[in-house]
Design a protein around this ligand. Structure first.
Ligand code: GDP
Length: 354
């Protein structure tokens, strides 16, 4: 290695802090250095590798793909949990409480996010440093705001890739948070083992803007803020959801979704939720859903990546870039049909790639 540090020098527990700092600050790292740093649990190197994933630069993209490929075989026996719920339901408070609970129990937790609005708001979820202030200083926790991107697909891909790196870094609990208002839940669902929906006491799902499809995806519904004057209301909501869930079709996993109450603020119900997640893992490993679901998800991401790569190579293709605005103008002016225009561009693209 060209940096003069042996691998062991920056391993987590053996590192000389000065050498580590020097290593962390170095401008460029090789793929091997990234992989070794990640494997050693070095959070700075992990962060930098995720930054490469998020970069729009082609050389970064290529380097990131090599790092991911090398990290795949190191993925630990993790549990990936999706957490969703409308703004204000208590997601960050809940993640803090769950994060404390699992790290106290000896786990390491990574918190990632998918926020399709982050492009506009510069990361409305997880972007704010004051969110999860305690977890942020916990050395067994790693928190990463939602990547920005021009499409939900792009944002989701980056998060999915970040999961691989976090697992290789030894985080055995990976939470993926999203705002429970739209398409992003489906994206999160396609990359997690367990899907948790947080709801408020005393409001129907229509009132909370939660779509039926999201309720359908949930393996566990937790009615949060079950404390103080809301306790009774929360218990009533729990019963109502429990009844309502009977009307939903059975899940392919065979799992019957749970409805529980919790208070993220007071920390009640958190242990029970974690126990349920573990019980789910055991049951799904026994009936093989766990592995078959991960395989299905990997296949889904294969096709997503193909689409993404095709899209990317098409729009960055030299001849396409030269021709696109002219075709677009002709289509807009009605001189050329959109289909014919697309066909012409495709021919141009395939001529060089066929
Ligand atoms: P998010 O937007 O979903 O991340 O919600 P936050 O975690 O930021 O919480 C929104 C507000 O609800 C904050 O004022 C929290 O203190 C409060 N909150 C969160 N969890 C609870 C809870 O369990 N009980 C009560 N009473 N308030 C809570």
């Amino acid at each position: 290695m060209d940096h003069g540090l042996r691998t062991m020098d920056y391993k987590k527990h053996t590192i000389n802090p000065a050498a580590r700092q020097q290593f962390n600050r170095r401008k460029t790292l090789t793929v091997d250095e990234y992989v070794e740093g990640i494997r050693a649990g070095n959070r700075v190197v992990l962060s930098r590798a995720i930054t490469l994933i998020e970069s729009t630069r082609t050389d970064h993209y290529e380097q990131a793909q090599e790092i991911i490929a090398a990290c795949l075989s190191h993925a630990s026996a993790s549990v990936r949990v999706g957490v969703t719920g409308t703004p204000g339901v208590g997601k960050s408070t809940f993640i803090e409480a769950l994060g404390k609970h699992v790290t106290d129990a000896g786990h390491r937790i990574a918190v990632l996010a998918i926020d399709p609005t982050s492009q506009v708001t510069r990361g409305s979820i997880l972007g704010d440093k004051t969110r999860m202030a305690n977890l942020a200083t916990n050395e067994n926790a790693f928190i990463r705001p939602s990547p920005a991107g021009d499409s939900l697909g792009g944002v989701a891909r980056k998060t999915r890739e970040a999961i691989v790196l976090c697992e290789a870094a030894g985080y055995d609990v990976v939470l993926v948070e999203t705002v429970g208002v739209g398409q992003s839940e489906t994206a999160v669902h396609s990359m997690v083992d367990f899907f948790l929906l947080l709801l408020l006491p005393g409001a129907g799902d229509e009132l909370q803007g939660i779509k039926r499809g999201i309720v359908e995806m949930a393996d566990l519904i937790a009615v949060n803020k079950a404390d103080k004057d809301k306790l009774k209301l929360a218990q009533q909501a729990r019963r109502e959801y429990k009844n309502a869930l009977h009307l939903y079709p059975a899940k392919p996993s065979g799992w019957i979704p749970e409805v529980m109450t919790c208070s993220a603020l007071e920390g009640t119900g958190i242990a029970e939720i974690w126990e349920t997640i573990q019980r789910y893992k055991t049951a799904m490993q026994e009936n093989n859903f766990w592995i078959s679901n991960r395989e299905k998800q990997a296949t889904f991401w294969l096709y997503e990546s193909i689409k993404n790569d095709l899209h990317r190579s098409f729009f960055t293709h030299k001849k396409i870039k030269e021709k696109l605005s002219q075709v677009e103008a002709n289509v807009a002016a009605g001189k050329l049909s959109p289909f014919k225009g697309a066909e012409e561009l495709m021919k141009l693209f395939l001529m060089d790639n066929g």
